[in-house]
Design a protein around this ligand. Structure first.
Ligand code: FE2
Length: 350
């Protein structure tokens, strides 16, 4: 089976926000990002603009920043019927797309014919400064939420970063705010409605994500002390975690019970739910937890998988534009002994 667009990496995670100015500060505090490049992509800089396959002028503000293996693009829609504005209106702020490929325009045209065969068109595109195209592929149905972005510089000599209109810096008083250690984007998670296998197959065919492990999590069976908003709960869900290079995607489907996944399915539908950015010791997490709570970032779901790990979800939704953050703490130093393949997928390249 030929992969249509073998993913190079998780180049960036695209997040739709209402107001980039207030968001960049919160994201800088949480992830330690000290520099943002702001681009106002309007008729001055954007040509060949399309939405839904038809010419359609549009504009948005892009804020790109990264630190410690977390690379983000915050997007504030400004004008036009963009996929960003539609997302914001339909489900609010949150994770929207994954930038996985930087390709030549020729290679992308070849892939485009293959994409058409599986029903994937271009949801939105444009040319920036006349030298670089962006294409947001309409993988919303295929991948249960996220769009995939491909960037195409017209020639090899084109810089992959067009000139920013503005640079915003944050000093250490902001970037050292978070006491929870942030390491990298270990994975992002898609919550689906009973179609884990289908989404997993699509990720394999589209992006070449081909290293997988499956896990069934069930309260009282292999997940102990499970809680939801601070009270004991019973739930079961199945997950598949797949990796290709630095791109790691978890696909979750609910079986029964109460959980943050079920809550999202009911309130917003399928889509990107959380990102995991921390693996730390139980002692470290116990030390940081009261501080997180004092900052109104409580644990809203957690549990233990015996002799493997403790996992929890932090309510970072109001701080981080709708995003939930997952933290994992190994049960012991030997947690990956006999689970080397799982460990390679979970942790990924250094
Ligand atoms: Fe996860």
């Amino acid at each position: 089976m030929k992969t249509i667009l073998p993913a190079e990496a998780l180049c960036r995670l695209g997040v739709v926000v209402k107001d980039y100015k207030s968001s960049i500060r919160s994201f800088s505090e949480f992830f330690g990002i000290n520099r943002w490049e702001i681009r106002r992509l309007d008729e001055r800089r954007l040509s060949n603009a399309t939405v839904g396959g038809k010419p359609a002028g549009h504009s948005f503000i892009s804020a790109i920043g990264s630190a410690k293996g977390v690379a983000l693009e915050l997007v504030e829609p400004v004008s036009g019927d963009t996929v960003f504005a539609e997302f914001l209106q339909r489900r609010g702020e949150g994770m929207h797309h994954l930038t996985t490929n930087i390709s030549s325009p020729e290679n992308f045209q070849e892939a485009r014919a293959e994409l058409q065969k599986i029903g994937v068109g271009v949801a939105q595109s444009g040319t920036i400064d006349g030298v670089m195209d962006y294409h947001l592929l309409d993988t919303r149905q295929l991948l249960a939420g996220p769009l995939i972005e491909v960037i195409c510089p017209h020639t090899d000599s084109v810089s992959r970063s067009p000139e920013p209109d503005e640079i915003v810096n944050f000093d250490e008083s902001v970037t050292s705010w978070n006491r929870l250690p942030i390491e990298k984007t270990y994975h992002v998670c898609i919550v689906t409605k009973h179609r884990r296998d289908e989404v997993r197959g699509a990720l394999e065919k589209l992006l070449g994500i081909d290293q997988w492990f499956d896990f069934g999590n069930e309260s009282g069976v292999n997940a102990m002390d499970t809680t939801y908003y601070g009270r004991a709960c019973k739930s079961a869900f199945n997950l598949s975690l797949g990796r290709r290079n630095t791109l790691c995607i978890e696909v979750v489907e609910m079986r029964y019970g109460e959980s943050l996944y079920q809550e999202m399915l009911e309130q917003q539908g399928e889509g990107l739910h959380h990102m995991m950015t921390t693996i730390c010791s139980m002692e470290k997490f116990a030390e940081v937890r009261p501080w997180l709570e004092s900052k109104k970032i409580p644990v809203i779901q957690d549990g233990r998988v015996e002799d493997f790990c403790y996992y929890c979800y932090l309510d970072t939704r109001s701080k981080l534009a709708g995003i939930t953050v997952e933290v994992l703490a190994p049960a012991s130093k030997e947690w990956l002994k006999g689970r080397e393949d799982t460990g390679a997928i979970l942790i990924g390249p250094a």
